[in-house]
Design a protein around this ligand. Sequence first.
Ligand code: HEM
Ligand code: HEM
Length: 181
Amino acid sequence: MSAPSHFNLTARVLHWTMALLILTMLLVGVGMVSSVSQRPWLVDLHRPVGIAILLLVIVRLANRLRHTPPPLPADLPRWQSAAAHASHWLLYGLMFAMPLIGWSMLSAGGYPVVMFEGFQLPPIAPHDPTVYAILRGAHSWLAALLFATVMVHLGAALFHAWVRRDGVFEAMARGPRQKGP
Ligand code: HEM
Ligand code: HEM
């Protein structure tokens, strides 16, 4: 079977939905640690949206492993395709790590992991202040790494869209065009 020219619909819908959710989470995260008055509702939003990202990335990884993605252009310099693959797997790693660290950090701190009123998740880490401190630090540092990686990824996507015009952006932005009669 020949390689596809575009990401499948599931991959595209999940990519753009999750991009929006992750950017929201980064902003909400920074907002809740910098504003005491806004903190309560921002934290209430941050926990369930973070867990939703964890559920979505499981579906996304399964879809990604079952469907071959479109190949990068053959004339792309080797270092650029290596960087693209490495950064995509780094993004996958962070999409799993961030929510899992958030959940285990609250568990280690002995805080309830409330999703919405009347429903909370069980702890997934032992109640231990040292573990809490390590995970709390990791949550901030990895958030910064995620933000930086997304910015480089955005720059690369726009480079493909506006400078190289090589179809890489369209492969994620839309489905294949129907051929005319
Ligand atoms: C993709 C998922 C996530 C992203 C991108 C994210 C991002 C962030 C960011 C940027 C901060 C501010 C860090 C700082 O400036 O120090 C933060 C704080 C926080 N996050 Fe997340 N987070 C995610 C998932 C979660 C989850 C699933 C939970 C819990 C269930 C969680 C719980 C928290 C808590 C409680 C804080 C504030 C801690 C404090 O004020 O001491 N996060 N997050
Ligand atoms: C939080 C934000 C984002 C994350 C976590 C993310 C993650 C990813 C990942 C993991 C891939 C590899 C394909 C896959 O397996 O799903 C990918 C591909 C892609 N992303 Fe993003 N993305 C984000 C935001 C954006 C934005 C804002 C743009 C453009 C404006 C963009 C454009 C693209 C394009 C064009 C591809 C296809 C690259 C290729 O063919 O190899 N992404 N993204």
